[in-house]
Design a binder for this molecule. Structure first.
Ligand code: F6P
Length: 548
């Protein structure tokens, strides 16, 4: 048994689970008129209700005890102060420094990182002002109308999600495009719509070696040079965001047009760095600053509040309760706001690349579940697709419901209907529908006797399905910043309890290495025989059928 599963706090939760598992939330609500007040709180403009969970006050005490035993508070300090908690890459984990509005020094390898953080922020602000005002012009003297961010993973999902979520704050002249995949369709169809005279490409890659990004960037560069007729115009139309100035220069982008960040910013935590350049251009530097401010507010909350009032800690421990004790394998995120439809995809990388690990910090294989499958889409469409399984299927799927109260410029009755569905779903997941209720309903519609008996089992909803609800007044840059930071910290706490490194991603490497080998197989004539039978067979099938 691992140190974790044999620990007193874990053992206490294992025992306690036997008491809680048979309880129904309906009864818990009935027996405690203050349950909602007890299990809800507000921070950073986010109202968080976790009363519709399979918990009692004792559950929460035991979960906090587990967090305490795991040294969550101490490790928070290590992260914020720049200790190298990413032990496999020997790096600090300092996305919080990028929104450190206190400007207090944060020292890494003997150097305060804040001056360079602030210098790049200034550079981003100046550049975004120039593009937005039209002062930055293309090679024929026209203002920029289209921004194409070429990047993948953390160099794509964050800026894409934020620009889409906050599109009501976007600059009217600017259209944002995000190209990530290498299948060619995205870049080709994007370029078709663009005028090279008024297009700005942002090549966003922490490493500047990512094959997908560099391939797309080369295609964009060739398209542009062909239209502009001279490589000297590249300077006005290509900028880079990276930690690798050498590779940026080799690609042909003047490092004057490069926005730097550093190895202590993880890819999936990088939207607060220069990777957020498209956000600053599209929303303006003040809104970008507000986004950082929202995250900063959540950082303060996370660092300062006791575990019992700490929203990221509560969310994390609830996730552990379901994943490790109830056996839930997945976590659904359901935003009831179409603008946030890419939020689950963003969280997918954030969570799954962070906590998808099987060895602990000492390299021992864990004997407990770690990160769940995170999935989801804009909520209301899900009701007509996968919610059936969530209501009546055999698996327990905890759900985060997220909604905004104000939907500017949307005529009624849209918002009211949307929110009615939002509340109805969390109620339905909690209450379910019992046999007496089903029979009464059937009776009322004239279905009696055997016909009623036959239908009853199909119409029963067990309910007792856990949900968190996050509501905010209106989706603003600040609130979105707070929401993203909330999830970042949730993931941190879970990684701490599971004693894993949430900040490396070696699992992505194997596929990258094999792809390089196979790329050369695909272009070498003749039979490929160097892989297993299936991979050889598939490669050879592909080669035989590729039109030459
Ligand atoms: O998917 C692996 C990964 O390394 C992510 O962590 C990262 O966000 C993405 O690739 C892109 O990497 P880069 O910014 O270096 O191009």
């Amino acid at each position: 048994m691992s140190n974790l599963t044999s620990s007193p706090a874990w053992q206490a939760l294992t025992e306690h689970f036997k008491e809680v598992e048979p309880l129904h939330m309906r009864d818990l609500f009935q027996n405690d008129p203050h349950r909602f007040e007890k299990f809800s709180l507000e921070t950073g403009g986010l109202f968080f209700d976790y009363s519709k969970n399979r918990i009692t006050e004792k559950t929460m005490q035991l979960l906090f005890e587990l967090a305490r035993q795991s040294g969550v508070k101490e490790r928070i300090e290590k992260m914020f102060s720049g200790e190298k908690i990413n032990i496999t890459e020997k790096r600090a984990v300092l996305h919080t420094a990028l929104r450190n509005l206190d400007h207090n020094p944060i020292v890494v390898d003997g150097e305060d990182v804040m001056p360079k953080v602030n210098a790049v922020k200034e550079q981003i602000g100046d550049f975004s002002d120039k593009v937005r005002s039209g002062e930055w012009q293309g090679y024929t003297g026209k203002p920029i109308t289209d921004i194409v961010n070429i990047g993948i993973g953390g160099s794509d999902l964050g800026p894409l999600m934020v620009c889409q979520s906050l599109k009501e704050y976007g600059h009217a002249r600017l259209s944002m495009h995000f190209v990530s995949t290498v299948d060619g369709d995205q870049i080709v169809s994007t370029l078709k719509k663009l005028n090279p005279e008024t297009t700005l490409f942002i090549i966003a890659s922490k490493t500047f070696t990512t094959q997908e990004t560099i391939t797309n960037a080369r295609t964009a560069r060739a398209w542009f040079v062909k239209a502009a007729g001279d490589e000297k115009h590249i300077a006005k139309h290509f900028v880079a965001v990276s930690t690798n100035s050498k590779a940026v220069a080799e690609f042909g982008i003047d490092t004057k047009n490069m926005f730097e960040f550093w190895d202590w910013v993880g890819g999936r935590y990088s939207l607060w760095s220069a990777i957020g350049l498209p956000i600053a251009i599209y929303l303006g530097k003040h809104n970008y600053q507000d986004l950082l401010h929202g995250a900063y507010t959540m950082d303060q909350h996370f660092r300062g509040k006791p575990l019992e009032q700490n929203v990221p800690v509560i969310m994390a421990m609830l996730g552990i309760w379901y994943g490790n004790f109830f056996g839930a394998n997945t976590q659904l995120v359901s935003p009831y706001n179409q603008c946030m439809s890419r939020f689950p995809a963003y969280l997918q990388q954030l969570d799954m690349e962070s906590n998808g690990k099987t060895v602990d910090l000492d390299g021992n294989r864990v004997d407990y579940a770690t990160g769940p499958v995170v999935w989801g889409d804009a909520g209301i469409n899900g009701q007509h697709a996968y919610y059936q399984m969530l209501h009546q299927g055999t698996q327990i799927v905890p759900i985060d419901f997220i909604a905004t109260i104000e939907h500017p410029d949307i005529p009624e009755p849209h918002s009211t209907i949307l929110m009615a569905n939002f509340f109805a779903q969390t109620e339905a997941f909690m209450r379910g529908k019992n046999e007496a209720e089903v029979r009464a309903e059937l009776e009322k519609s004239g279905i009696t006797g055997q016909a009623q008996d036959d239908l009853v089992p199909h119409k029963i909803f067990k309910g007792n399905r856990p949900t968190n609800t996050i509501i905010m007044q209106r989706l603003t840059p600040r609130r979105l910043g707070a929401l993203i930071a909330l999830y970042e910290h949730k993931i941190f706490v879970q990684g701490t309890v599971w004693n894993i490194n949430s900040y490396d991603q070696w699992g992505v490497e194997l596929g990258k290495q094999l792809a390089k080998l196979i790329e050369s197989d695909l272009t070498t004539p003749g039979l490929t025989t160097s892989h297993d039978a299936s991979t050889n067979g598939l490669i050879n099938y592909f080669k035989r059928n590729t039109p030459r």
